[in-house]
Design a protein around this ligand. Structure first.
Ligand SMILES: *Cc1c(COP(=O)(O)O)cnc(C)c1O
Length: 371
């Protein structure tokens, strides 16, 4: 049975010109990290206004490498928001440290900075805030707390390339910024990620760690540390460089579609719209609303019509591994994260939609929410 609509949740914006560049790299025979990766790193660093960018194989690899480079491991604690993609906490577990969760603010879906200081202990080494769905968290406040307690800050900006607070790009505030190029993000290389930092020593460390711990001194190779292979391929980097050329235009379209959703869904009592904050540039990586009633029923009804939608992120402490390990009662400890996990819904927003698609999704969602 054919469906009424064909509006997937996400379609990457890959154009012929992007494909041509990738084919050119493939024909050259130079596939692994090379001049295109270097070009990508230069362009991202320039765009964000940071000194260094280090490309890696995914957003998760990027977060993992950040922790390793900062020497965070066994016995350490890292403060993370309770509501995020599970990778944010998993990487902390994987290095042997303990993620310490803080609830979110229900309007912004970002870490509630007024609850951070309560969980700082002698073991706390870092705060890893997330700029959820493309909206900057209160990063200035996070930096103040980090300075007060001498903590490192790793910004999980996986879904927030281009987001700003007071005109400054996320990923340029903390010790390290971390981005993802998964197909659900605004530009993509399939898998891919990038780290940013203004610290040259850290940048060198990150470069070594992504490449087996190898360093070069006066052209001679030295195996200086125990590293990994987290390199990005050159054809992935070329795909990203090509998309970067129109990135600001893509953000403009996203912003326009978000404005339309806000307008069309504005009078619906059953849907809580995402927050718009005047000093923060939202990239609308995801248009995430809270619905009333049975969210999973709404997902099913929309899917049956051919409209892709999904939940936004997880209440991480409530996931099987974390409840088994720490015995959390997520709903009691993190009420806002639990609410967002249960009632959150992401609807389609990406540049290849047309304005009529936005109207269609908004109207069907309103109808179904009222049923
Ligand atoms: C997408 C995402 C990640 C993981 O990125 P991958 O490239 O898929 O590994 C981590 N954190 C957040 C907040 C994300 O949205």
């Amino acid at each position: 049975m054919s469906k009424l609509y064909n509006i997937p949740l996400m379609v990457p914006d890959i154009r012929q010109e992007d494909i041509d560049v990738v084919v050119e790299v493939l024909r050259s025979g130079m596939l692994v990290q090379g001049k295109w990766v270097e070009k990508l790193e230069e362009e991202i660093a320039r765009y964000l206004g940071v000194k260094h960018a280090i490309a890696v194989s995914s957003g998760t690899a990027s977060l993992h490498l950040a922790l390793v480079a900062l020497g965070i491991g066994l016995g350490d604690e890292v403060i993370v928001p309770a509501f995020s993609f599970v990778a944010t906490a998993n990487v902390v577990e994987v290095v042997g440290a303990k993620p310490v969760f803080v609830d979110i603010d229900i309007d912004s879906f970002n870490i509630n900075t007024s609850q951070i200081e309560q969980v700082v202990t002698e073991k706390t080494k870092a705060i890893m805030p997330v700029h959820e769905f493309g909206l900057a968290c209160d990063i200035t406040k996070v930096m103040e707390i980090a300075t007060k307690y001498d903590l490192k800050v790793i910004e999980d900006a996986a879904c927030a390339l281009g987001a700003q607070e007071n005109g400054k790009f996320v990923g340029s505030f903390g010790d390290i910024g971390s981005f993802s190029f998964h197909p659900r993000k605004a530009i993509t290389s399939g898998e891919g990620g990038i780290l940013t930092t203004n610290d040259s020593h850290l940048a060198n460390n990150l470069r070594m760690l992504r490449n087996h711990g190898i360093s070069y001194v006066n052209d001679s190779i030295s195996f200086s540390t125990a590293g990994l292979n987290y390199r990005m391929t050159d054809y992935q980097a070329a795909l990203l460089v090509s998309q970067l050329g129109r990135f600001e235009q893509l953000l403009k379209t996203r912003n326009e579609y978000a404005r339309l959703y806000n307008k069309y869904l504005g009078e619906c009592d059953f849907i809580k719209l995402p927050m718009v904050i005047s000093n923060k540039r939202h990239t609308w990586q995801s248009f995430h609303v809270l619905v009333k009633g049975d969210r999973d029923r709404i997902v099913k009804r929309l899917s049956n019509l051919g409209i892709g939608c999904n939940l936004g992120a997880q209440c991480i402490p409530s996931l099987q591994y974390y409840t088994n390990r720490y015995g959390f009662n997520g709903e009691e400890l993190y009420p806002n994260a639990s609410l967002a996990y249960k009632q959150g819904l992401v609807i389609p927003l990406y540049p290849s939609l047309v304005t009529n698609d936005i109207l269609t999704v908004a109207n069907e969602l309103k109808k179904i929410s009222h049923e």
